[in-house]
Design a protein around this ligand. Structure first.
Ligand code: NAD
Length: 283
């Protein structure tokens, strides 16, 4: 069975169109656009590319984005800026582009953002709400995976979902989102013994390890839904965690890299920004 390829670009475009109409009605009600402030520190080329993509997506759907860019800044000044934005009623979402330079403690900076404006969904408070089964601002990448599964009408309840990866921004929230939809969830990580024995039993397999093409055809159950979150540059090309050509023959649904989860992540950032803006305005 060759799996259907889930078109993340298409789904993300549809979501952006829906968001654009949500943004229009927000503007009608409040007289202004939802606003996201993005803080970019240092010269990491990938971070500059990501921020550019976020600005483009915001402009396309009518969200105002304001960039605060610094070649370098002290942790104290950065926290001051975050606090200023936190207290500015015009600002609905605050995003600090990671990674920050090594001399700045990310936890200290992120914890200066208020949970209501945490459009990345990274704060302990928002992860805690997710842990309690409440949907507040949720981490964009796993949220994008859930929207893809929903779009493809994948049944989650009662299914065995296996997540490879346990990071705070992808693996753990992914585990919680699937659990909250009544999947039975197994989380695998770098110290998991015999990874294949777990992945082979997955109805839904989410790979988020950052190890190119580690998931091979013989690690996947026939008819599984395989979502590839991984993105690693290999010889200038983006590779996922899944050996796409081999694995796709065994799946019912599979995401490609690029063009799968990636576009969904940015769409979800815009979704979170609109949600945050509406909540702050009591809409
Ligand atoms: P991370 O490095 O913080 O976490 C990786 C996780 O994978 C860890 O929990 C680790 O235990 C596990 N892992 C590593 N090697 C493993 C192995 N051999 N077997 C089993 N588990 C293993 O990374 P992250 O931030 O969670 O991101 C994961 C991947 O997803 C990366 O490739 C990243 O670039 C990608 N990513 C993509 C998007 C997107 O929008 N497409 C967004 C975020 C992250």
């Amino acid at each position: 069975m060759a799996g259907k390829i889930i078109d993340g670009k298409f789904i993300a475009k549809k979501i952006r169109e829906e968001l654009a109409s949500g943004v229009s009605s927000f503007k009608e009600k409040t007289g202004r656009a939802p606003r996201i402030d993005v803080i970019l520190v240092g010269d990491n080329p990938a971070s500059h590319v990501y921020v550019g993509m976020k600005e483009k997506a915001a402009a396309e759907i009518g969200i105002k984005s304001v960039k605060h860019e610094f070649p370098s800044i002290t942790e104290k000044d950065l926290i001051e800026l975050v606090k200023k934005l936190k207290n500015d009623r015009e600002v609905n979402g605050i995003l600090v582009q990671l990674p920050l330079p090594k001399d700045i403690n990310e936890e200290n900076v992120l914890s200066a953002i208020t949970a209501e404006k945490d459009v990345d969904g990274f704060l302990a408070e928002n992860l805690g709400w997710l842990c309690r089964g409440k949907e507040r601002l949720q981490s964009c990448t796993p949220l994008g995976v859930m929207k893809m599964l929903e779009h493809e009408s994948v049944e989650i309840e009662g299914k065995h979902a296996v997540v490879i990866g346990r990071s705070n921004i992808v693996g753990k929230p992914m585990m919680l989102m699937l659990l909250n939809k009544n999947a039975t969830v197994t989380v695998c990580h770098s110290r998991t013994k015999d990874l294949a024995s777990h992945t082979k039993t997955a109805d839904i397999l989410v790979a988020a390890a950052g190890v190119p093409e580690m998931v091979k055809a013989n690690m996947v159950k026939d008819g599984a839904v395989v979502i590839d979150v991984g993105t690693t540059k290999v010889d200038g090309k983006l590779k996922g965690d899944v050996d796409f050509e081999g694995v796709k023959e065994r799946t019912s649904l599979i995401t490609p890299v690029p063009g799968g989860v990636g576009p969904m992540t940015i769409a979800m950032l815009m979704y979170n920004t609109l949600q945050a803006a509406k909540k702050q305005e009591g809409i």
